[in-house]
Design a protein around this ligand. Structure first.
Ligand SMILES: [Zn+2]
Length: 218
Protein backbone atom coordinates (compact mmCIF):
# COMPACT_ATOMS: atom_id res chain seq x y z
CA UNK A 1 0.00 0.00 0.00
CA UNK A 2 1.23 3.52 -0.77
CA UNK A 3 1.97 5.96 2.07
CA UNK A 4 2.12 9.71 2.53
CA UNK A 5 4.97 10.41 4.95
CA UNK A 6 3.76 13.98 5.40
CA UNK A 7 0.17 13.13 6.55
CA UNK A 8 1.06 9.68 7.89
CA UNK A 9 -1.79 7.94 6.06
CA UNK A 10 -2.05 4.88 3.80
CA UNK A 11 -3.69 5.13 0.40
CA UNK A 12 -5.02 2.18 -1.64
CA UNK A 13 -4.75 1.97 -5.41
CA UNK A 14 -1.84 3.42 -7.37
CA UNK A 15 -2.16 7.19 -6.99
CA UNK A 16 1.05 9.19 -7.47
CA UNK A 17 0.31 12.05 -5.09
CA UNK A 18 -1.44 12.36 -1.73
CA UNK A 19 -5.11 13.42 -2.08
CA UNK A 20 -4.73 15.66 1.02
CA UNK A 21 -1.37 17.42 0.69
CA UNK A 22 -0.31 16.53 -2.90
CA UNK A 23 3.02 15.21 -1.59
CA UNK A 24 4.45 12.36 -3.66
CA UNK A 25 3.76 8.93 -2.19
CA UNK A 26 6.10 6.08 -1.28
CA UNK A 27 5.50 2.33 -1.07
CA UNK A 28 4.02 -0.22 -3.45
CA UNK A 29 0.78 0.35 -5.37
CA UNK A 30 -2.15 -2.00 -4.67
CA UNK A 31 -5.18 -2.90 -6.79
CA UNK A 32 -7.66 -0.05 -7.28
CA UNK A 33 -10.57 0.05 -4.85
CA UNK A 34 -13.11 0.90 -7.52
CA UNK A 35 -13.34 0.31 -11.30
CA UNK A 36 -11.74 2.98 -13.42
CA UNK A 37 -14.06 5.43 -15.26
CA UNK A 38 -12.86 4.11 -18.63
CA UNK A 39 -13.96 0.58 -17.75
CA UNK A 40 -17.38 1.84 -16.65
CA UNK A 41 -17.64 3.79 -19.91
CA UNK A 42 -16.79 0.66 -21.89
CA UNK A 43 -19.48 -1.31 -20.02
CA UNK A 44 -22.07 1.42 -20.67
CA UNK A 45 -21.13 1.40 -24.35
CA UNK A 46 -21.47 -2.40 -24.58
CA UNK A 47 -24.87 -2.21 -22.90
CA UNK A 48 -26.05 0.45 -25.35
CA UNK A 49 -24.63 -1.54 -28.29
CA UNK A 50 -26.52 -4.72 -27.39
CA UNK A 51 -29.70 -2.72 -26.69
CA UNK A 52 -29.37 -1.10 -30.13
CA UNK A 53 -28.86 -4.49 -31.83
CA UNK A 54 -31.83 -5.99 -30.00
CA UNK A 55 -34.19 -3.12 -30.84
CA UNK A 56 -32.92 -3.01 -34.45
CA UNK A 57 -33.56 -6.76 -34.81
CA UNK A 58 -37.11 -6.34 -33.48
CA UNK A 59 -37.79 -3.37 -35.80
CA UNK A 60 -36.36 -5.09 -38.92
CA UNK A 61 -38.15 -8.36 -38.10
CA UNK A 62 -41.54 -6.70 -37.66
CA UNK A 63 -41.03 -4.63 -40.84
CA UNK A 64 -40.15 -7.69 -42.96
CA UNK A 65 -42.97 -9.70 -41.42
CA UNK A 66 -45.83 -7.18 -41.49
CA UNK A 67 -44.88 -4.45 -43.97
CA UNK A 68 -43.26 -6.62 -46.65
CA UNK A 69 -45.25 -9.74 -45.81
CA UNK A 70 -42.13 -11.94 -45.79
CA UNK A 71 -43.60 -14.77 -43.70
CA UNK A 72 -45.12 -18.17 -44.37
CA UNK A 73 -48.27 -17.66 -42.37
CA UNK A 74 -46.73 -17.42 -38.91
CA UNK A 75 -45.68 -14.09 -37.46
CA UNK A 76 -42.20 -15.16 -36.33
CA UNK A 77 -41.23 -11.53 -35.68
CA UNK A 78 -43.56 -11.35 -32.66
CA UNK A 79 -41.99 -14.48 -31.18
CA UNK A 80 -38.47 -13.10 -31.70
CA UNK A 81 -39.55 -9.76 -30.19
CA UNK A 82 -41.01 -11.51 -27.13
CA UNK A 83 -37.78 -13.50 -26.48
CA UNK A 84 -35.61 -10.40 -26.90
CA UNK A 85 -37.80 -8.20 -24.66
CA UNK A 86 -37.70 -10.79 -21.85
CA UNK A 87 -33.91 -11.06 -22.35
CA UNK A 88 -33.58 -7.25 -22.02
CA UNK A 89 -35.63 -7.21 -18.79
CA UNK A 90 -33.55 -10.01 -17.28
CA UNK A 91 -30.32 -8.32 -18.32
CA UNK A 92 -31.24 -4.92 -16.85
CA UNK A 93 -32.52 -6.58 -13.65
CA UNK A 94 -29.13 -8.31 -13.30
CA UNK A 95 -27.25 -5.07 -13.89
CA UNK A 96 -29.30 -3.07 -11.38
CA UNK A 97 -29.17 -5.69 -8.61
CA UNK A 98 -26.16 -7.42 -7.17
CA UNK A 99 -25.52 -10.54 -9.26
CA UNK A 100 -26.63 -13.68 -7.41
CA UNK A 101 -25.91 -16.62 -9.69
CA UNK A 102 -28.57 -18.96 -8.28
CA UNK A 103 -31.25 -16.27 -8.61
CA UNK A 104 -30.17 -15.49 -12.18
CA UNK A 105 -30.20 -19.20 -13.10
CA UNK A 106 -33.64 -19.77 -11.52
CA UNK A 107 -35.39 -16.71 -12.95
CA UNK A 108 -33.85 -17.08 -16.43
CA UNK A 109 -34.81 -20.76 -16.51
CA UNK A 110 -38.41 -19.93 -15.56
CA UNK A 111 -38.62 -17.24 -18.23
CA UNK A 112 -37.11 -19.54 -20.88
CA UNK A 113 -39.60 -22.30 -19.95
CA UNK A 114 -42.57 -19.93 -20.31
CA UNK A 115 -41.23 -18.58 -23.62
CA UNK A 116 -40.66 -22.15 -24.87
CA UNK A 117 -44.24 -23.09 -24.01
CA UNK A 118 -45.59 -20.05 -25.88
CA UNK A 119 -43.26 -20.58 -28.85
CA UNK A 120 -44.07 -24.30 -28.96
CA UNK A 121 -47.78 -23.56 -28.85
CA UNK A 122 -47.43 -21.03 -31.70
CA UNK A 123 -45.22 -23.17 -33.95
CA UNK A 124 -46.77 -26.53 -33.07
CA UNK A 125 -44.03 -28.21 -31.00
CA UNK A 126 -45.64 -27.70 -27.61
CA UNK A 127 -45.42 -31.40 -26.65
CA UNK A 128 -41.64 -31.49 -27.20
CA UNK A 129 -41.30 -28.25 -25.21
CA UNK A 130 -43.53 -29.37 -22.36
CA UNK A 131 -42.42 -33.00 -21.97
CA UNK A 132 -38.78 -32.89 -23.14
CA UNK A 133 -37.07 -29.51 -23.08
CA UNK A 134 -38.69 -27.93 -20.01
CA UNK A 135 -38.06 -30.83 -17.60
CA UNK A 136 -34.45 -31.00 -18.85
CA UNK A 137 -34.00 -27.25 -18.26
CA UNK A 138 -35.60 -27.39 -14.79
CA UNK A 139 -33.46 -30.42 -13.90
CA UNK A 140 -30.29 -28.63 -15.05
CA UNK A 141 -31.20 -25.49 -13.06
CA UNK A 142 -31.91 -27.69 -10.05
CA UNK A 143 -28.51 -29.39 -10.23
CA UNK A 144 -26.79 -26.00 -10.67
CA UNK A 145 -28.56 -24.65 -7.58
CA UNK A 146 -27.71 -27.85 -5.69
CA UNK A 147 -24.00 -27.29 -6.39
CA UNK A 148 -24.27 -23.65 -5.23
CA UNK A 149 -26.33 -24.59 -2.15
CA UNK A 150 -23.71 -27.18 -1.16
CA UNK A 151 -20.71 -24.93 -1.75
CA UNK A 152 -21.65 -21.30 -1.14
CA UNK A 153 -21.42 -19.90 2.35
CA UNK A 154 -23.84 -17.01 1.84
CA UNK A 155 -26.72 -19.53 1.55
CA UNK A 156 -28.55 -17.55 -1.12
CA UNK A 157 -28.74 -20.64 -3.31
CA UNK A 158 -30.69 -22.69 -0.76
CA UNK A 159 -33.99 -20.85 -1.15
CA UNK A 160 -33.78 -21.06 -4.96
CA UNK A 161 -32.98 -24.77 -4.78
CA UNK A 162 -35.98 -25.39 -2.49
CA UNK A 163 -38.20 -23.32 -4.81
CA UNK A 164 -36.96 -25.29 -7.80
CA UNK A 165 -37.65 -28.66 -6.09
CA UNK A 166 -41.10 -27.44 -4.99
CA UNK A 167 -41.93 -26.31 -8.54
CA UNK A 168 -41.02 -29.69 -10.08
CA UNK A 169 -43.08 -31.57 -7.47
CA UNK A 170 -46.10 -29.27 -8.01
CA UNK A 171 -45.95 -29.60 -11.81
CA UNK A 172 -45.65 -33.38 -11.53
CA UNK A 173 -48.55 -33.54 -9.05
CA UNK A 174 -50.75 -31.42 -11.36
CA UNK A 175 -49.95 -33.66 -14.35
CA UNK A 176 -50.74 -36.74 -12.25
CA UNK A 177 -53.99 -35.23 -10.94
CA UNK A 178 -55.10 -34.43 -14.47
CA UNK A 179 -54.21 -38.01 -15.48
CA UNK A 180 -51.76 -36.75 -18.12
CA UNK A 181 -48.93 -39.14 -19.03
CA UNK A 182 -45.91 -37.39 -17.51
CA UNK A 183 -43.39 -39.21 -19.68
CA UNK A 184 -39.88 -40.41 -18.84
CA UNK A 185 -38.12 -37.01 -18.73
CA UNK A 186 -40.46 -35.53 -16.10
CA UNK A 187 -40.11 -38.69 -14.02
CA UNK A 188 -36.30 -38.42 -14.13
CA UNK A 189 -36.63 -34.72 -13.22
CA UNK A 190 -38.82 -35.66 -10.23
CA UNK A 191 -36.30 -38.28 -9.09
CA UNK A 192 -33.50 -35.71 -9.33
CA UNK A 193 -35.64 -33.37 -7.18
CA UNK A 194 -36.23 -36.00 -4.50
CA UNK A 195 -32.56 -37.05 -4.39
CA UNK A 196 -31.50 -33.37 -4.15
CA UNK A 197 -34.02 -32.77 -1.37
CA UNK A 198 -32.76 -35.79 0.59
CA UNK A 199 -29.15 -34.71 0.05
CA UNK A 200 -29.74 -31.12 1.10
CA UNK A 201 -31.68 -32.18 4.22
CA UNK A 202 -28.95 -34.61 5.28
CA UNK A 203 -26.00 -32.30 4.62
CA UNK A 204 -27.58 -28.92 5.40
CA UNK A 205 -30.46 -30.02 7.67
CA UNK A 206 -30.43 -27.17 10.19
CA UNK A 207 -29.99 -24.55 7.48
CA UNK A 208 -32.91 -25.95 5.46
CA UNK A 209 -35.34 -25.71 8.41
CA UNK A 210 -34.00 -22.22 9.26
CA UNK A 211 -34.46 -21.09 5.69
CA UNK A 212 -38.05 -22.40 5.49
CA UNK A 213 -38.90 -20.81 8.87
CA UNK A 214 -37.36 -17.50 7.74
CA UNK A 215 -39.30 -17.42 4.43
CA UNK A 216 -42.59 -18.51 6.00
CA UNK A 217 -42.22 -16.07 8.93
CA UNK A 218 -42.84 -18.41 11.82
ZN1 LIG B 1 -0.28 13.87 2.42
Amino acid sequence: MRKCLNCNIKIGGHADSCPLCQNSLTGDATADNWPSPSRLRAQAFLYKLQLFLVLATIAVGISLDYLLGLNNGTHYSLVIALWLIVFEFDLSANIKRLLVISRTVSISTLHICLLLLLTGWYFGFMDIAAYMIIPILLGAALLTNLVFAMTDTTENALVYLLGNIFLVIVIYAVLMAKRIDTGLVWTICLMVSFVSLIGIIIFKGRKVSNEIRKRMNF
